[in-house]
Design a protein around this ligand. Structure first.
Ligand code: AMP
Length: 291
């Protein structure tokens, strides 16, 4: 099938993107933004699909943001698959792909950074120092460059969403945020651009992340309220079934991300695990049984 005709138009210049989106909005079109780092999979595409259900035009950004990678992280080997990404976007109908060069995003002398407070500190913030500073900065820059009505993010990066929400509220950023559910493989593994790093054996072990979350959900559904018991059970599955190295497992308040000891209302279970050299994250929101 020739997807060439329906590929999104690639815009590389931030100024050109801004003018284009402003023009569309002046014409009464609603415009949605889907920020990604490329290596697109069905998780990313679900965001673009939702954007197209709710907006007239979907701008998907593809930019591997160096500022959110630590010095020992996988920036150099992060998958870059622009051609396949444009074909994938053609299948959902995203009209514009914004693919800026790094120099156009971080000009010479760039010296302004966004630091979000408490909600950026635990979990990913603790394991990846500087990560959310890089994320918040690029996301605000993309919001400013694009100037869309709405932006779409995945629940897969739960803490990232909370950090962006905080920033948008604190800095009065004029954009609406929408969060889309986690898209998973049939066996439950959350789709991630990093899954391509997994060997077949590691790929099987990686199912333990989802298995551990399902187990936690079942424990809570059958009346368990103690976070320490849930943590122990989740960790056992990750270690034994996944043979993973755990960065963290958290039973936390879904707003503040502070740890909870007793589950009395909606609660976040979030985890980060290394399977071999590949760091994977996953999460779920659980609700104790009513009454
Ligand atoms: P990334 O390219 O990893 O920066 O992700 C770009 C956006 O896609 C973020 O908002 C992610 O939360 C979202 N995303 C990544 N994986 C998934 C998934 N499996 N399901 C839903 N959204 C996802």
């Amino acid at each position: 099938m020739n997807t060439e005709r329906t590929r999104p138009r690639v815009i590389r210049d931030p100024g050109a993107l801004h003018r284009e989106v402003a023009e569309l909005r002046r014409g009464g079109k609603k415009v949605g933004l889907v920020p990604t780092m490329g290596a697109l999979h069905q998780g990313h595409l679900s965001l673009a699909r939702t954007a197209l259900e709710e907006c007239d035009v979907c701008v998907t950004t593809i930019f591997v943001n160096p500022a959110q990678f630590g010095p020992s992280e996988d920036l150099a080997k992060y998958p870059r698959t622009l051609d396949a990404d444009l074909d994938a976007l053609a299948t959902v109908g995203s009209q514009i792909a914004f693919v800026p060069e790094t120099d156009a995003v971080y000009g010479p002398g760039h010296a302004t950074w966004i630091e979000v407070g408490a909600v950026a500190e635990p979990l990913e913030g603790q394991c990846r120092p500087g990560h959310f500073r890089g994320v918040a900065t690029i996301v605000l820059k993309l919001f400013n460059m694009a100037g869309t009505d709405v932006a779409y993010f995945g629940q897969k990066d739960y803490q990232q969403v909370q950090v962006i929400r905080r920033m948008v509220e604190d800095l009065n950023v004029p954009i609406q945020l929408r969060v889309c559910p986690i898209v998973r493989e049939p066996d439950g593994l959350a789709l991630s651009s990093r899954n391509v790093y997994l060997s077949p054996d590691q790929r099987q072990r990686a199912v333990s992340l989802y298995a551990s979350l399902c187990h936690a959900e079942k424990m809570v559904a059958s009346g368990e309220t103690r976070a320490d018991r849930i943590l122990a059970a989740v960790e056992e599955i990750l270690l034994e079934q996944g043979k993973g190295r755990i960065d963290y497992v958290a039973v936390a308040d879904p707003e503040t991300l502070e740890p909870v000891e007793q589950i009395t209302g909606e609660t976040l279970i979030a985890l980060a695990v290394r399977i071999g050299e590949t760091r994977l994250i996953d999460n779920c929101l659980i609700q104790p049984p009513a009454g």
